[in-house]
Ligand binder design. Structure first.
Ligand SMILES: C[S@@+](CC[C@H](N)C(=O)[O-])C[C@H]1O[C@@H](n2cnc3c(N)ncnc32)[C@H](O)[C@@H]1O
Length: 449
């Protein structure tokens, strides 16, 4: 057993993960925020985080298996026992932990976490799963959407939408993408030698981005944190799909650029760096989140970024008609980044989309007022849902004849351009996060709205 399996008190990372999972469920806390800033052994913390995120993503599938393999009434299973079973099954099915170790650790965890009397139950269910690895129970409810939702651990409403839009085969590939541990995009600034040395020294796999220069994909960012490269601003963590939005924006030196929903600042910083003699105003509704932009800009030694707390629906009067380029990276359902945000699929409901649409419309209208005649408005999201993407753009163009849609094709690879000329990253095709962006040009002769 590796030293990192246990913390200083002798508790295993499975026990810490069980506590974390139950706390997240009880407090309705966000997965991922829970253990931030705890200190402790980084490898131990990473194991806890991995298990918590993995179990959260696969929860529906794991519960289906537990309910199928348990001989009693599944509703009668104590919640702590179910949590440990979820962890044990997750390790059996989705990690390289040897079966005997996954089972023994689950038995030891439940002995401490719940009671010695339930060790036999946990042992029995996990052994049965391990014996049937090639022949695990499969859902057969008579409802194809529900069966796929149980098998691929997504809510039915998302499965239904994606099958209708992409067909079953692509919908399954999309769900498989969501269920994988995400890889991280890293923007390497300057000489990358130290970055590659840090990755090699800890045996972390990396590959060059096939789509964006100076970007690599890594399995873990820990070596970059530990070596101080992240703190010093030598690297920045950013998915290539987000970087592509800045390509669509195409910032130029000498321009005034406004990023209206800027925090935590990934796109602001890349824009400011791409055009170092542009002036970039980063605005966000939340002052606390804007502080994240400030810290990152300072770290990256970028002096061309101004900050402004502002509601994008009602931009400050003096910004009317001022900017050459305005970026709206709108609040959205986030259904393009479900692998990265482990609990999001369980938090979202279809009703959220209707609420978001109203906010998105109000934000694009506010943004449009800040664009100078002849200037550019880029509307972007990290969702795949048409109501939040192309339909928002079409509704905006119906309300505003002072703007026309332009193709994104000159700025990004052809395979990322959809039939309308907008940028669309479908994770099952690109391997990147899901993302969308459209370019909207304000006519030179457009009247002030
Ligand atoms: C998708 S995130 C932006 C991510 C950011 N562009 C980046 O690349 O790091 C959306 C942001 O919009 C902000 N937001 C939400 N409602 C807003 C509003 N009415 N006005 C301005 N910002 C808003 C949120 O605080 C959040 O930071």
């Amino acid at each position: 057993m590796s030293a990192t399996n246990r913390n200083e008190d002798g508790g295993s990372y499975r026990l810490a993960a069980a506590r974390e999972l139950d706390r997240v469920e009880k407090d309705d806390a966000f997965v991922g925020f829970a253990r931030r800033g705890r200190g402790g052994d980084p490898a131990f913390e990473r194991s806890v985080t991995d298990v918590v995120a993995g179990v959260t993503r696969l929860r529906r599938r794991l519960d289906f298996l537990i309910d199928s393999l348990y001989r009693g009434d599944p509703d009668g299973l104590e919640s702590g026992v179910r949590t440990v079973l979820r962890i044990g099954l997750y390790e059996l099915l989705n990690t390289r932990t040897p079966a005997h170790a996954a089972i023994n650790e689950a038995v030891e965890t439940v002995r401490v976490y719940v009671h010695p009397r339930v060790t036999g139950l946990v042992n029995g269910i996990l052994r049965s799963a391990s014996r049937r690895m090639d022949d695990l129970p499969t859902p057969d409810t008579g409802d194809r959407v529900r069966d796929l939702g149980l098998l691929y651990s997504h809510p039915d409403w998302i499965v239904r939408r994606w099958i209708e839009r992409y067909g079953e085969e692509a919908a399954v590939r999309l769900m498989e993408h969501d269920n994988r541990r995400p890889r991280h995009g890293v923007h390497v600034r300057g000489d990358g030698t130290a970055v590659l040395d840090a990755l090699r020294s800890e045996g972390v796999a990396w590959e060059e981005s096939p789509l964006v220069a100076d970007f690599i994909r890594v399995d873990s960012v820990q070596p970059l944190v530990r070596s101080g490269l992240l703190r010093r601003g030598d690297v920045r963590i950013q998915d290539e799909a987000a970087a592509m939005v800045v390509r669509v924006l195409d910032p130029q030196d000498g321009e005034r650029i406004l990023d209206l929903c800027a925090a935590p600042g990934g796109k602001t910083l890349l824009a400011a760096e791409t055009a170092p003699r542009a002036r970039v105003t980063a605005a966000d509704l939340h002052a606390g989140r804007l502080d994240l932009v400030r810290t990152s800009a300072e770290r990256a030694k970028l002096e061309n970024v101004d900050l402004r707390v502002m509601d994008a629906r009602t931009p400050d009067e003096e910004l009317t008609g001022v900017f050459d380029r305005v970026l709206v990276d709108a609040p959205c359902s986030g259904l393009g980044v479900l692998s990265r945000r482990a609990d999001l699929r369980w938090r979202r409901s279809e009703e959220d989309i209707a609420d978001l649409v109203a906010l998105q419309d109000a934000i694009i209208d506010g943004a449009a007022r800040c664009v100078a005649p002849g200037g550019l408005l880029v509307y972007a999201t990290c969702t795949l849902e048409p109501e939040e993407n192309e339909r928002r753009v079409e509704a905006f163009l119906d309300r505003n004849d002072g703007f026309v849609r332009e193709s994104c094709a000159p700025f990004i690879p052809d395979r990322l351009v959809d039939a309308e000329g907008d940028y669309l990253s479908l994770p099952f095709e690109t391997g990147m996060d899901g993302a969308y962006a459209a370019r909207l040009r304000r006519r030179v002769d457009a009247a002030e709205s």
